[in-house]
Design a protein around this ligand. Structure first.
Ligand code: NAD
Length: 327
């Protein structure tokens, strides 16, 4: 067992988080993560309406009696969702942990905190993490350049961003981006984090509700097979490299605007990748850790294997180095 401020604060067995992933964070995956003793997040905007979100939360509760949370991300959107209505659905559902991301969490906090909901805010820079701490969030998830999805515009990888955030913050810190195994978990804890967040690694599990071809595609991909799109729109996103991401980069290089790529990149189109198993059907998210993923385990085997391997790394490999030094 690994006990940290994170496991104490959020009432879970293991310092491992399955972060919000558009189209992937559904009840099947989140309940399996919860039953494995880690903290999973249903992704609010994956559900077409706030009523559907309420049903998805109820469905997850039927599959687990352990804690789980809901992710609510506010980023530029082609058709902005009714965020306040999604927030209300979360509050009425009785879920007590929320992961916010994308923009300033203050409007969320004003709604969530009076209902006793703990908020983890995902930030991509130390200054935004500090701001979230000052606003009163319960924990920060710090997302380095290595991550899938939106890494921000500062391009600071986890090896520097995690300890920089740990130095600056007093609240529990979750390291996100670039982590897929026990080595990443031990490294993140050594850098000052209290837990790790993983997305791509959880996409590639038995219970992940995406097409088997995409899981096998991730297993076959290496750490070079992603692209950073939307850089010229200051909404950078790390995505799996494919025909569509390459076309988007060409349009951006020619000075194109968002309107020129809108139909290529829409989330509705990206969703068909996960439904049909065609990795070139649209834009989909994947992190650099693709290069570290070689299997498709159950969530139970993934979480328990990571924790026991992490303990072994600390007690044998690292303790062995310390013993040599002090001998
Ligand atoms: P979408 O179809 O509205 O947009 C597709 C992509 O284009 C997204 O990355 C979006 O941020 C970006 N985008 C949209 N308008 C833009 C603009 N004017 N300028 C620059 N970039 C723009 O989004 P979607 O994929 O259907 O997702 C729906 C919602 O969920 C959006 O608000 C999106 O930001 C959010 N989201 C959540 C997660 C998550 O993991 N929770 C991940 C990605 C996106």
């Amino acid at each position: 067992m690994l006990r940290t401020r994170f496991t104490e604060t959020f009432g879970v067995d293991h310092p491992i988080v399955q972060g919000g992933m558009q189209w992937v964070g559904r009840a099947e995956l989140v309940s399996a993560v919860a039953n494995a003793g880690a903290l999973g997040f249903i992704t609010a905007l994956t559900q077409p309406t706030p009523e559907d979100l309420a049903k998805e939360i109820a469905r997850c509760r039927e599959m687990t009696d352990r804690p789980f949370g809901v992710n609510l991300t506010i980023l530029p959107a082609i058709k902005p969702p009714p965020y306040a209505e999604y927030r209300q659905a979360i509050i009425e559902s009785g879920v007590k942990i929320v992961e916010t991301a994308g923009s300033n969490p203050s409007e969320h906090l004003a709604d969530f905190q009076p209902h006793g909901i703990k908020v983890i805010h995902k930030a991509t820079s130390v200054r935004h993490a500090l701001k979230a701490q000052n606003l009163g969030v319960d924990a920060v998830s710090i997302d380095g350049l290595d991550c899938a999805g939106h890494p921000g515009e500062d391009d600071v990888p986890g090896l520097v961003l995690i300890p920089a955030a740990a130095d600056a913050l007093e609240i529990p810190l979750i390291a996100s981006g670039g982590i897929a195994d026990a080595r990443g978990l031990v490294a993140a804890l050594a850098l000052g984090a209290d837990a790790v967040n993983m997305g791509t690694r959880f996409m590639c599990t038995v219970e992940s509700p995406i097409h088997q071809n995409i899981k096998e595609h991730i297993v076959g991909a290496d750490e070079r097979s992603t692209d950073l799109i939307f850089r010229s729109f200051r909404n950078t996103a790390r995505v799996a490299r494919n025909k569509v991401s390459q076309e988007v980069l060409e349009i951006e290089a020619r000075g194109g605007e968002f309107a020129d790529v809108k139909d290529l990149v829409s989330g509705q189109r990206g969703k068909t990748v996960y439904e049909t198993g065609d990795p070139d059907a649209g834009i989909w998210s994947a992190g650099l850790v693709q290069g570290l993923i070689h299997d498709i385990p159950t969530c139970h085997d993934l979480v328990h294997g990571m924790v026991s391997d992490a303990v072994e790394i600390v007690e044998e490999r690292l303790a062995g180095f310390a013993a040599v030094q002090t001998a």
